[in-house]
Design a protein around this ligand. Sequence first.
Ligand SMILES: Cc1ncc(COP(=O)(O)O)c(C=O)c1O
Length: 424
Amino acid sequence: MTSGTHDRDIGGRRLRPESLMMSYGYDPRLSEGALKCPIFQTSTFVFETAEEGKAFFEVAYGLREATAGEEPGLIYSRLNNPDLEILEDRLCLWDGAEACAVFESGMAAITTSLLATVRPGDVLVHSEPLYGGCEHFITQVLPGFGVTPVGFAAGHPVSEIAADLQARIGGRRVAAALVETPANPTNALVDIRALGDLLRALPQDRPPVLMVDNTFLGPLWQRPLDHGADLVLYSATKFIGGHSDVIAGACLGSAAAIAPVRTLRTFLGTMAGPWTGWLLLRSLETLKMRMTAAMKNARYVADFLADHPKVERVSYLGHLGPEHPMHALYRRQCLGPGSMISFDVQGGEAAAFRTLNALRMVKLAVSLGGTESLAEHPGTMTHADIPAEEQRRMGMGPGMIRLSVGVEHFEDIIADLSQALDAA
Ligand SMILES: Cc1ncc(COP(=O)(O)O)c(C=O)c1O
């Protein structure tokens, strides 16, 4: 927003993001003194003079650099809008990013960022598994534009997969790598720093753009930019929105890394609308509280599941012990275990379905990161696009249930899971 308040210090003390979520980037004096940022539900903005309009366009279209102290002017809501600009400023605080672009969905954020980066003839490296929608775009859509996907399994040290990956890249230019860590739905990790080192050592003019989908841990429990990622991507539908009532996405990074993404967003028209922006501003005020409450609940729930006789396996970051090959990476890269659990019910798909059908409080629905607990069957729902044998290779068994733990009382969540598992 032009001339918002961007103070971040009191008496030399840097304020934490949660303290700034109610005020940062917004100046009430520009909105009749309204305490809360209004919804700027407008398609276009009035210029005071034609000269002003010309100047705004010159800066927005990069025809000249902004002069010292010149703020980008508001033009048209496909280019900029106060709700989105304030939201972008606030999202930057969590990830330690310089710039952000928000989108009308997580898929819009991911596809716009990829299209801004890859060109015909390029290779796109990606971790496996990925959220089903991303997997589809990368393996079914991008090849039609001459881009070759090269996947590697999450959950292994980069040193173990490096030789195979390099052989399959085969000397072609790698434009980007898209990594989901922890992976949806297996919680398998990828070492962002080690992958970045490998990519930057490839013999090519420009190093690949390293993109990390941080949807699963959200900005509270992992900061990929601190580990060498160039772009952080979110389905803001999940923890950032947090109430299962809005679809949105975000991309964050350095100003230079975000510039081409933002430009393509303008021409594809994939930006979020003002109402979506306003809803996310409201959600950000409670982001830390919600994510902390859900994370605390998840530990109790994961412990319960791990002890249950009908549960074969629980994938939960908080259970990675020192003996686990990903333990050191988890400690280095993640700030908390989050609230996503996947577990395998004995008896395969039929038993998983019986469990899901018997749930009473926990809702049987895809999506995650909302205040309510949600459960789904990745194999036939979010990841249905991936052939069964591929799913097995990626660590998704037929009995796997993915659980997004909400903020209800943990004993109630456990009571519901317990009676549902009786039906398995
Ligand atoms: C890890 C991950 N990335 C991206 C997406 C896509 O986000 P959206 O549904 O907001 O487009 C999802 C959605 O489930 C997801 O789980």
